[in-house]
Write a protein of this length. Sequence first.
Length: 176
Amino acid sequence: MVPLMTTFFGTGLAAVLLAVSPMGLEAALQALALRRVGLWQVVLAVVGTTVLSFIVSQLGPQPEGVRQITESVHNPSVLMPTFLVLAVLAPLVEELVFRGLLYGWIAGRWGPLPAFVASSLAFAAAHGEPAHIVLVLPLGFWFGWLRWRTNSLVPTIVAHMINNGFAVLGAAWLGS
């Protein structure tokens, strides 16, 4: 599963970089909303994400894909590659695609509210499995709201990475 996820998200990162490369570095950073923010905004993003993720995780069944990953990280040789893909690469690509490119494109045409709603729904839908969609939808709206309010991807990237990192490490720890 890890090689497939690595290929998928690696291809996604390459596609994002390819899409913004004609712009030049400064314009690409602006287009992707990679702007500096205050520390308090990052802390709010991380705390809010952690609380929301905990609440949502208590509400429903564990999606099959999450269960498979939870079982696989019990193997120490799988933990680090899984952590790197799910806690670093996947959040980075998802934020660049959904709240960078997609949000920016929609906001430039129809404004921030449609961008917030559409990018949040698309993020959830991309998780494929119905139970997983339901569980990540609140996080999608939280990340979308953070993007809207801060006009930056930095808080969402950091919060998303920490959230996924806690999930992978928690699964490994609870299974040991």
